[in-house]
Design a protein. Structure first.
Length: 569
């Protein structure tokens, strides 16, 4: 089997995804599959010298939003440049299929509001040569990428497709509406979707400020859909919920959906400042469900969920001030030139940023930090803008303004919003260590001008296995969490482990040099739209289906990535 190897990864420290001890070995690849692991005497058509490097399975990201980007891009960065070789999109109930021609604007407004993707980008970038969900998958099937992608049936698109304006306005679904949604959801699963997703959070709104169509969908609607998905015997259910004032009633409903469908469910788990103990109760309830035989997991992030603040991106401490409108429309160089004017600075510092929500988000100076380069996602309290301003005896707003003008106006400040109530990541550590959680929530493809959490998987390997002063995890544990655990949860048993016969998706990593740089802005979206990118040093090579798709962080131009249809044996 090793006579016609197309690639040999030579002499690396194999961290095989099972959680077992790393071992030195060659990895031989043929026909897009791993052919052998061990001492391989024969040469490959190509070789990678991995001596002194980690060799891991490719990362599997179960929570992305590349539903639009896959239609105009072949390189699905920033995920693919952070070691991800398989990504699941269509999360949080939002997407672009199914969709009738007269409903396109509704879905664009929803995606613009929920996922911070500007309308001109979507209008120019989406070909809209589909209506049904299976047609959308067929369209994806014809495209090639630098990583594999998989899809879910999004509840909001489904509801609008069936109910039109009534669905967008969150009117109750009729019996006929429910039956049609259930039939189409099952049709999407049978066509190859890996799951069905829905959102029940007030944080998800259209660009006009209206709640997502699925916010308060009745249990009867969800039950009808869940039953139909259960009849397919495939797919999972993905949910994000606010859980109301008390968590138990909503969670009990979710458990009923799992019991009715017989399918696994995952739900987002975050530590919210307003309810800092809720996440523990949620994970306790998830554990109780599993003990009762109902497969449920919590989806967690390796760091805080937060936003970037800067003069080149969507948010900054002054974006809600009236005088900001004088410069918001200017090209970036002209905007920075205007912001250096002392009179404009004085006006912006005198004005208030808006209502209490925006004041808390943008002017809570003890919770706003320099991000730095390399990026620091667990900054101590004494590095905050508020703490530095007190040391210097200056106004924190003025200090933030001056910091943002540094580096030619490209400096970024960091505002953690959840998972950081106590100013450390001990909460995150407990979430990741829980036996019923998955690591994801990177949101690649979304929030493109406000955050760049697609790099959170790289952060798992830097901060949590090497850099943190205490509470680190073994490398082999973290690799298993980023690879096999996620792959198998999605039903993708053909990847996530380095073993003969499995899919040849690999990362070759210089663990000692693996470093997350500061995010930076690029203008490569349709209509010249901007987005944040984040480079990671230390990825020696990423291999997808046996082909090297990047070397030292630079694309090779190869695009073996395809749509994954359904579970894989």
């Amino acid at each position: 089997m090793t006579d016609a190897l197309t690639l040999v990864v030579r002499g690396g420290l194999v961290v095989d995804g099972t959680g077992g001890e790393p071992f030195e070995a060659d990895v031989g690849i043929a026909g897009g599959r791993i052919a052998a692991v061990g001492k391989i005497p024969s040469r490959g058509t190509e070789e990678i010298d991995a001596r002194g490097m980690l060799v891991t399975p490719g990362f599997v990201d179960p929570h992305t939003h590349y539903d639009a980007q896959v239609m105009w891009a072949n390189h699905l960065s920033p995920s693919s440049s952070n070691g991800v070789t398989t990504a699941l999109m269509g999360n949080c109930g939002v997407g672009f299929a199914p969709c009738k021609p007269d409903q396109r604007d509704m879905l664009v407004r929803l995606m613009e509001g929920v996922e911070d993707i500007p309308e001109p980008v979507l209008t120019e970038g989406l070909p809209w040569d589909w209506q049904s969900f299976p047609e959308y998958l067929d369209r994806l099937d014809a495209r090639h990428f630098d990583m594999d992608i998989a899809a879910q049936v999004p509840h909001a698109a489904l509801r609008v497709f069936v109910m039109g304006e009534r669905g967008a306005a969150r009117e109750p679904a009729t019996e006929a509406d429910r039956a049609t949604m259930a039939r189409l959801a099952a049709e999407g699963i049978r066509a190859g979707a890996l799951g069905f997703s829905t959102s029940r959070t007030l944080n998800h709104k259209t660009v006009d400020g209206q709640p997502t169509p699925t916010l308060d969908a009745a249990e009867e609607e969800l039950s009808t859909i869940a039953r139909a998905i259960g009849e397919t015997g495939m797919g999972w259910l993905q949910v994000i919920s606010d859980f109301g004032d008390t968590i138990e009633p909503e969670f009990a409903m979710l458990r009923r959906l799992v019991a009715l469908s017989g399918r696994p469910m995952t739900t987002t788990v975050l530590e919210r400042d307003s309810k800092p103990a809720e996440w523990r109760r949620l994970l306790d309830l998830i554990a109780e469900a599993n003990a009762a035989g109902q497969a449920m997991t919590g989806m967690v992030l390796t760091r805080p969920t937060g936003i970037m603040l800067g003069f080149e991106i969507s948010q900054n401490p002054f974006v809600e001030c009236p005088s900001w409108q004088q410069v918001a429309h200017l090209p970036f160089p002209a905007r920075i030139a205007a912001l250096r004017d002392p009179s404009l600075r004085a006006r912006l510092l005198e004005e208030t940023p808006g209502g209490p929500v925006m004041t808390n988000r943008l002017h809570r100076w003890d919770r706003i930090f320099p991000l730095g380069d390399p990026a620091d996602y667990e900054p101590p309290a004494d590095r905050s803008i508020g703490a530095e301003a007190r040391r210097l005896g200056v106004d924190p707003a003025g200090l933030a303004y001056d910091r943002l003008l540094e580096n030619d106006g490209r400096t970024i400040l960091y505002r953690p919003l959840s998972n950081y109530a106590d100013g450390t990541l001990e909460t995150v550590r407990a979430m990741m260590a829980h036996p019923n959680t998955l690591i994801g929530l990177g949101d690649g493809g979304a929030h493109v001008s406000i955050l760049c959490d697609a790099s959170a998987m790289t952060y798992g390997l830097t901060h949590w296995t090497r850099d943190r002063a205490s509470g680190r995890f073994p490398v082999e544990w973290m690799v298993r969490r980023l690879t096999r655990d996620n792959a198998w949860a999605l039903g993708l048993r053909d990847r996530g482990v380095i073993a003969p016969g499995l899919k040849a998706d690999l990362n070759v990593i210089d663990h000692g040099k693996l470093t997350l740089r500061a995010p930076h802005v690029v203008y490569d979206l349709p209509a010249g739209g901007r987005r944040l990118m984040q480079r990671a040093d230390g990825y020696v090579a990423t291999v997808l289906s046996g082909e090297i798709v990047s070397r030292d962080g630079v694309s090779t131009g190869r695009l073996p990535g395809r749509l994954v249809r359904g579970a894989q044996a």
